[in-house]
Design a protein around this ligand. Structure first.
Ligand SMILES: Nc1ncnc2c1ncn2[C@@H]1O[C@H](COP(=O)(O)OP(=O)(O)OP(=O)(O)O)[C@@H](O)[C@H]1O
Ligand SMILES: [Mg+2]
Length: 236
C-alpha cells in the first residue's frame, strides 16, 4: 500500500501546489537513488484541481522525475490511489474552495473527487501563510474536513519572509498551538525563486546552487524528512 499525503487548505494561494510538486520532486530524488537501475518513479503526484495547476506545472518541467496524474473526474481511480502498482508515495494537490465543504467549489463538482481522495489519505499537509487572514480558512479546513474524517494532519507555515521579522510567524504558530493542532517544525520561507520557478516549470531539485536556491531547497527537503518521520498528535 502506498502512503498517501493530501495537501489541503480551503484558502487559495497558500502554497498547496508548490509544496505538492516540490515534495514529489525531493521524494522522487531520493527514491530514484535508492532504486538501483532506475525505472519508473515510485512517487506519484496527483492533481484533483480542475484547474490542474500541478499538471500544468509538470507539463512545463522538461521531464518530471515523478509520475503525474490529473484526476478530478475519475472518482473510481482516486478511491484506489493507495493501490497503484509500483507506487509507494502519493502526494495529492487539491483546489481551494469557497464555503464549508470541499465540494463547494468555484468550479463546481469536485466534491466527490475530494471525498475519494480523503478516504485514502494517510496524512493531510495543511499549508498556511503566516498572516491572520489564513487563520479562519485553516480552522474550517481542519474542523469541517479533517477532524470529522479522523485524518491525521500537520499544519505547515509557508512563505514566511524572514525580512518581515518574527512577529507574524510567532502569532501564527501560537494560533496553531492554541488550537491543539500538530505544527511542522519546518517553516518554509518565502523565496522569489519559488515564485519564479512555478511560472517557469522548474522544480526545487533543479534550483541553482546559489545561496537562495540552496536555502529554498533546504526547506522543502527538511519538510519532506519531517513528514516522513511521522507526526505527533499532541500538537507539541
Ligand atoms: N515559499 C514560497 N515562496 C515564494 N513564493 C511562494 C511560496 N509558496 C508559494 N509561492 C507562490 O505563491 C503563489 C501561490 O502558490 P500556489 O499556487 O502553490 O498556492 P495554492 O495553494 O496551490 O493556490 P490555489 O488554491 O489557487 O491552488 C504561487 O505564485 C507560488 O509560486
Ligand atoms: Mg494550487
Amino acid at each position: 500500500m502506498a502512503r498517501v499525503k493530501v495537501v489541503i487548505n480551503q484558502k487559495g494561494g497558500v502554497g498547496k501546489s508548490t509544496l505538492a510538486v516540490n515534495l514529489g520532486a525531493v521524494e522522487s530524488d531520493v527514491a530514484a537513488h535508492a532504486a538501483a537501475g532506475g525505472g519508473e518513479s515510485p512517487v506519484l503526484v496527483v492533481s484533483v484541481d480542475p484547474q490542474g495547476s500541478a499538471t500544468w506545472w509538470a507539463d512545463r518541467v522538461r521531464s518530471a522525475p515523478f509520475r503525474i496524474a490529473q484526476a478530478h473526474d475519475d472518482v473510481e481511480s482516486l478511491r484506489r490511489l493507495h493501490a497503484v502498482a509500483g507506487v509507494d508515495h502519493v502526494i495529492v494537490d487539491t483546489p481551494g474552495w469557497i464555503g464549508d465543504s470541499p465540494g463547494d467549489n468555484r468550479n463546481g463538482g469536485s466534491g466527490e473527487a475530494m471525498d475519494a481522495v480523503l478516504s485514502v489519505a494517510d496524512l493531510a499537509v495543511v499549508p498556511m501563510l503566516p498572516e491572520a487572514l489564513s487563520f479562519d480558512p485553516t480552522a474550517r479546513t481542519v474542523r469541517q474536513v479533517l477532524e470529522p474524517r479522523g485524518i491525521p494532519f500537520v499544519v505547515v507555515v509557508n512563505a514566511w519572509d524572514p525580512r518581515d521579522g518574527r512577529t507574524d510567524l510567532l502569532e501564527t504558530c501560537d494560533f496553531v498551538r492554541s488550537q491543539g493542532w500538530p505544527l511542522a517544525r519546518t517553516v518554509v520561507r518565502r523565496y522569489k525563486i519559488h515564485t519564479r520557478a512555478s511560472a517557469e516549470g522548474v522544480l526545487v531539485t533543479e534550483y541553482p546552487r546559489t545561496r537562495a536556491g540552496s536555502q529554498a531547497r533546504d526547506d522543502i527537503q527538511r519538510l519532506a524528512l519531517e513528514l516522513s518521520m511521522g507526526v505527533r498528535s499532541d500538537g507539541s
